[in-house]
Design a protein around this ligand. Structure first.
Ligand SMILES: Nc1ncnc2c1ncn2[C@@H]1O[C@H](COP(=O)(O)OP(=O)(O)OP(=O)(O)O)[C@@H](O)[C@H]1O
Length: 247
């Protein structure tokens, strides 16, 4: 469904991502694990086609048989490739209901909207709030999650899905992911938390820009715990690892 072919990404002489290939299948949940600075978010930005991360990774990205390597972020969004952004909510001042239904362009009843608000941990009262500065950061993020679910993405990336949100239980995160897969999408969740990775159907572990382990999330999570805690490879450029340079 979405295939990464030989993706590499350098910043100056430093290799951030080193020849990553991976096939994501339809309606599945994936998790990427890895310590700080190993290249997880960089990979997400490459998939999204963000400025500075498009056309300079040497590989190809294929989505449902279409080569989207040179597509802009907007063209990818039109195909349903999306990301839960860290700095959510763009339309200040709109009512939550208008915001979630894109100004009523998406036809959803109040009952359906309330069900989605409930899924992200907000009570029905929020339907009558405004998307403005009176919302807390966590509330904004939950509303952004609700809007992402409503858009029925084909490929949704969550960078630390619970960041900035208290009381976002694993069960809640799992329900959000499963709602997306039941609508026909796939999920890629970037996380440090093994228990969130274990929600996935398949996980992979990145170490210094390379896939170090992939497969059953419980096994990948074990590899993560046993080899990445206190790892000296955090932020070490790949070429240094190759030369076994000690920090
Ligand atoms: N455009 C860029 N310019 C300079 N350095 C970059 C750029 N993009 C990524 N990096 C560097 O690449 C490395 C990997 O960054 P990335 O954000 O992908 O890490 P991560 O695995 O997501 O880490 P974290 O868990 O801390 O979010 C970091 O050292 C980062 O500073």
């Amino acid at each position: 469904m979405l295939e990464l072919q030989n993706i590499s990404f350098n910043v100056g002489p430093r290799k951030i991502i080193e020849d990553i290939s991976f096939k994501f299948e339809e309606k599945k949940i994936y998790a990427v694990l890895g310590n700080n600075g190993v290249g997880k978010s960089t990979l997400a930005r490459i998939i999204m086609g963000l400025d500075g991360y498009k056309g300079n990774h040497g590989g190809r990205i294929i989505f449902n048989g279409e080569d989207i390597t040179d597509y802009s972020i907007t063209e990818r969004a039109k195909l349903g490739i999306t990301m839960a952004w860290q700095e959510p909510v763009r339309y200040e001042g709109l009512g939550v209901k208008e915001y979630l239904t894109l100004g009523k362009r998406i036809n959803l009843s109040d009952a359906e909207l309330i069900e989605i608000l409930n899924l992200v941990g907000l009570n029905p009262f929020y339907l009558h709030r405004k998307v403005d500065k009176t919302l807390s950061g966590g509330e904004r993020k939950r509303i952004e999650l609700a809007s992402l679910i409503i858009l029925k993405p084909k490929f949704a990336i969550f960078d630390e899905p619970d960041s900035g949100i208290d009381m976002m239980s694993n069960i809640m995160i799992e329900r959000i992911f499963k709602m997306i897969t039941s609508n026909g999408g796939s999920v890629l969740s970037i996380t440090h938390r093994e228990e969130i990775a274990e929600i996935a159907d398949e996980a992979f572990l990145i170490c210094s820009g390379r896939i170090k382990s992939q497969g059953d999330p419980k096994i990948v999570s074990e590899v993560y715990k046993s080899t990445c805690d206190n790892c000296a490879h955090i932020n070490v450029p790949v070429e240094d690892m190759d030369n076994e340079v000690k920090l």
